[in-house]
Design a protein around this ligand. Structure first.
Ligand code: 2HG
Ligand code: ZN
Length: 474
């Protein structure tokens, strides 16, 4: 039975059923439920149904039906998004892309591979490793996050310092446009300036301009040696100073993530992990190096000579490295175990991170002295994940205060998770009126019926059919 008020007409149901493999249009409330809410518990709503296409042709057929019948749709992959862009708000058709499992042969010469929308990051990493190569992107949600969801949000992660965000990993895209036509640019040709760069436009468009069905991914060399260090530090200023030394001295550096004492306590509590060191320190930096010659000496020498590290542990085997990374990668999950947090993925200039972190803490303490502020992120990208537990998750004042602070720093209110539903009304803090108007005109041109992930990314009121002036310029 469908949710009351959200029923599709019998004709729409019949058309959608005919477009999909038998049993792959879900209308049963219990079956739909697993697709209706995000992992934070903060976003979601009832879907009118869930379509599970098997391939690009079926995605195109579903989109054509939606366009003809004005049915709004939300593309969904691994549902690991954190800004509400991959779940229905109420009444949309969820188009689940998990069955698009194409995993092409690795082109060793070009170092590229074509992958379908539903392939997870972990599957791709295994596939690349088997071919002696690696993926230039990684993050804690690798087991569930899909490559096309990561393309749709221009995901980042810990390796962006070395290899850039998802956009830099992509050599081509296949996508279904709002009228059901298929845009295919998967040749993988790197120098290709024949007209506008449509794949680049679709990356990071969060399902509002097209449904991405496949991606040609660029692969990177699989280095013979990887070393991870966990360093205890007196504060963020020291973390920044250590980062500056590493950047200058350690050519094998691929990532520098940080977390704080609150976050470590939460992870240990949640997973029953032992403390990494005998003493607790205010801030921790996880450093990752990769090279063909063992980088341990280079890294250890730089850490020691910096004179800043209060404690340090190294690991060069995969189990030991995973243990050190666990303290960082389990932050998200451990915070979620403590309640529904205010979660703000932002970035500022790298040298501003310590001052910004301190100001965020002061700002939130002034608002609610009992609030718990957990900061972690990717120091080498200036990317801070501000997590706040305590204040009512629906009290937008916390989010607004943090995002306005980001704007005062000239940073970005959306670093690597996307704008989604969570931040669309704050877009003007990072983008000018001219930019938002141009985005709205693009949306209108490519999706005049506003069926593709409506309400995501762009501020409400300025629907795709009526480009509007945003409230404030930036
Ligand atoms: C991470 O770096 C993810 O762990 C999640 O981007 C960030 O939990 C978050 O706020
Ligand atoms: Zn992150």
């Amino acid at each position: 039975m469908s949710a009351p008020g959200l029923e599709l007409s019998d004709e729409a149901l019949a058309e959608l059923r005919a477009a999909l493999d038998p049993g792959h249009l879900l209308v049963d409330r219990e079956l739909c439920a697993g697709f209706e809410h995000d992992i934070t518990g903060r976003f979601g709503g009832a879907a009118c149904a869930v379509a599970r296409p098997a391939d690009t042709a079926q995605v195109a057929a579903v989109v054509r039906i939606c366009a003809k019948r004005a049915i709004p749709l939300v593309p969904q992959g691994g549902n690991t998004g954190l800004v509400g862009g991959g779940v229905p708000r109420g009444g949309e058709l969820v188009v689940w892309l998990g069955r698009l499992q194409q995993l092409g042969d690795v082109d060793q010469v070009a170092a590229q591979v074509i992958v379908g929308a539903g392939v997870t990051l972990e599957q791709l990493q295994r596939h690349a490793h088997a071919a002696g190569l690696d993926v230039g992107i990684d993050h804690g949600a690798r087991a569930a996050a899909t490559i096309c969801g990561m393309a749709a949000t221009n995901a980042g992660g810990g390796l962006a310092l070395r290899y850039g965000t998802m956009r830099a990993q992509i050599a081509g895209i296949e996508a279904v446009l709002a009228d059901g036509s298929i845009l295919r640019r998967l040749s993988g040709v790197l120098k290709d300036n024949a007209g506008y760069d449509l794949p680049a436009l679709l990356i990071g468009s969060e399902g509002t301009l097209a449904v991405i069905t496949a991606v040609a991914v660029r692969l990177v060399p699989a280095h013979r040696h990887r070393v991870t260090a966990l360093v205890g530090l007196a504060g963020m200023e020291d973390a920044l100073a250590l980062f500056a030394t590493l950047r200058q001295r350690v050519g094998s550096l691929v990532g520098t993530d940080f977390f704080d004492a609150c976050g470590l306590a939460r992870v240990r509590d949640h997973r029953g992990l032992r403390a990494p060191f005998e003493r607790a320190w205010p801030v921790y930096l996880v450093i990752e190096c990769a090279a063909d010659v063992d980088p341990t000496e280079e890294l250890a020498g730089a850490v020691e000579e910096s004179g800043i590290a209060l404690d340090v542990a190294f690991a060069d085997d995969s189990q030991g490295r995973a243990k050190l990374w666990a303290y960082r990668e389990l932050q998200n999950e451990s915070v979620a175990a403590g309640g529904v947090p205010h979660k703000l993925d932002v970035s500022v200039r790298i040298p501003d991170v310590p001052r910004f972190a301190a100001e965020v803490r002061d700002l939130i303490a002034a608002f609610d002295a009992t609030a718990e502020v957990i900061l972690y992120g990717h120091l080498g990208d200036g990317n801070v994940h501000v997590n706040v537990l305590g204040p009512d998750p629906d009290d937008a004042r916390v989010d607004v205060a943090v995002l306005e602070l980001v704007a005062r720093y000239g940073g970005s209110i959306s670093a690597e998770h996307g704008v989604g539903i969570a931040k669309r009304e704050h877009l003007h803090l990072s983008r000018s009126r001219a930019e938002i108007d141009a985005m709205q005109r693009l949306k209108h041109a490519l999706d005049p019926g506003d069926i593709l992930n409506p309400g995501c990314v762009l501020p409400a009121g300025g629907s795709a059919t009526r480009p509007r002036q945003s409230a404030t310029g930036g």
